[in-house]
Design a protein around this ligand. Structure first.
Ligand code: SAH
Ligand code: SF4
Ligand code: F3S
Length: 454
């Protein structure tokens, strides 16, 4: 009787930022090309990988909790390999193997090519560790493993050289390096031919993208011209390097979304300096003003930290004031969390927990009010929406997103499906969602006209 060789199955769970999501697809691409099969079902898996995040203490605590669940699974199935990938692997290294005895593998973000070899060794009973950071690894020759879909994440650069004083990323992800423009354009071309309708280009600071003479604006221009029906987004921009050229490029290309994620972190110049953010609030607000002149209807989202060391009530009020001035469409808001090894870690974490929480609540409440007010302005206006599929709550409704990444819900129509662009008249709005009715379905002709206009 022939022996049926079964492929080993890999289950991967991803935490943290979108770059980790993209990395997990790279990891699956590497393992898939070595004959591993992927599974969504952890109980079926021979190899269980957690792609982890270290950005704040609560992110790590959550992952430790999950590791506890997997330990219980491994107790029942000792031959299962359990591995930690990503930023926690890089930060904690062999401590993870020594302290958390259940872990067989610890592999940092720049060593994923070694995974097949390390997994093989782990099957042989060895503990595997690969945590060297690289100055050149971009995985640009690896085809990420992606399910078919509407939207794809695509890392265009890795690492970060900014060293904001609170942030662990430069330590877990190493130095900044960019993928070649050609490899990115090729991947976007492939995604377009597979029917993807939206790509988000990723980097911790995409504005420092550089491939020989090509900067990020050149990259965006090249990517936008691959398929004019494909929406292109990007994240994250650092306020220090957002160039006029980039703003004009966004304005000139209809399929580059008029949407910029521009983390401000704090509204106080004193705190920004302690954070090593390298810009002042005046510079930041100047950028926002310039972007609004160059790109009509541009919308902004941001990141804000409450309770950075020495933050006073006045500093906090300055943050609220900036939010009022800019009127962000959305914000990711966090309590400061000290990270070992960073510059801020040496400062006393002197803002009391209850003060941090209270300030954060005020920041969240203000942002909700601003988002609500901005969304009311859209009432009775038409928005172009890329349809994503059934809404979460009901099959009778479809859901999609606007250029500014706002979710729009509208009644299902037979002639409309995933990947279509429709024009929706907005008739109701909360702080998080817009509701409306379709007034027209845009066909390819509309898009070729847009392309001609560019
Ligand atoms: N590279 C991106 C963001 C990376 S991390 C940028 O520069 O904008 C995402 C967000 O997490 C940061 O913008 C910051 O607001 C938050 N963050 C990072 N380190 C933190 C810490 N130690 N405590 C609280 N929030 C933190
Ligand atoms: Fe962290 Fe600052 Fe780099 Fe963003 S730019 S990843 S906040 S060090
Ligand atoms: Fe977290 Fe690492 Fe991203 S620390 S936010 S997964 S770069």
């Amino acid at each position: 009787m022939p022996v049926l060789l079964q492929k080993s199955k890999v289950y991967i769970e991803t935490y943290g930022c979108q770059m980790n999501v993209a990395d997990s697809e790279v990891v699956m691409g590497i393992l898939n090309s070595q004959g591993y099969a992927m599974t969504q079902e952890v109980r079926e898996a021979d190899v269980v990988l957690l792609n982890t995040c270290s950005i704040r203490d609560n992110a790590e605590q959550r992952i430790y909790g999950r590791l506890g669940n997997f330990k219980a699974l491994k107790d029942k199935k000792p031959e299962m390999i359990l591995g930690i990938l990503g930023c926690m692997a890089e930060r904690l290294r062999k401590d993870l193997i020594e302290e958390k005895k259940v872990v067989d593998l610890v592999v940092g973000p720049d060593e994923y090519r070694r995974l097949p070899e390390l997994i093989d060794a782990a099957f042989g009973g060895e503990k595997g560790i690969g945590v060297k950071l690289s100055r050149s690894e971009t995985y640009e020759d690896i085809l990420p493993f992606r399910e078919d879909g509407l939207h794809a994440w695509l890392s265009v650069m890795r690492g970060c050289d900014k060293f904001c004083s609170f942030c662990v990323v430069p330590f877990t992800r190493g130095r900044e390096r960019s993928r070649s423009l050609e490899s990115i354009v090729n991947e976007v071309t492939l995604l377009s031919s597979r029917g993807f309708h939206e790509v988000t280009l990723l980097g911790q600071n995409v504005n420092s993208y550089l491939d020989e003479k090509n900067d990020f604006a050149d990259l965006l221009n090249a990517v936008a011209s691959v398929d004019r029906k494909m929406r292109i987004r990007f994240s994250t921009s650092h306020p220090q390097d957002l160039s006029d050229k980039l703003l004009y490029t966004i304005a000139e290309n209809d399929n580059l979304c008029n949407y910029i994620h521009l983390p401000v972190q704090s509204g106080s110049n004193r705190i920004l300096e302690l954070m090593n953010r390298t810009y002042s609030i005046e510079h930041y607000l100047g950028l926002i003003e310039k972007a609004r002149e160059i790109i009509p209807n541009v919308s902004f989202t941001t990141d804000i930290i409450s309770g950075f060391p020495t933050e006073t009530h006045e500093d906090h009020l300055a943050t609220l004031a900036v939010m009022q001035k800019v009127k962000y469409d959305g914000a990711y808001m966090f309590k400061y969390s000290p990270r070992e090894g960073t510059k801020a870690f040496k400062m006393e974490d002197d803002v009391k927990e209850e003060t941090k929480s209270k300030r954060l609540q005020e920041i969240i409440a203000l942002q909700q009010q601003i988002s609500f007010d901005l969304n009311q302005i859209l009432l009775e206006k038409k928005e172009i929406v890329l349809v994503e599929g059934a809404s979460k709550k009901s099959e009778n409704f479809l859901s999609g997103r606007t250029d500014a990444n706002k979710v729009v819900i509208f009644p299902r129509q037979e002639n409309i499906g995933e990947g279509d662009y429709v024009e929706v008249l907005i008739n109701r709005a909360t702080s998080a969602t817009l509701f409306g009715a379709v007034v027209s379905v845009l066909d390819n002709k509309d898009f070729s006209e847009i392309s001609l206009a560019v």
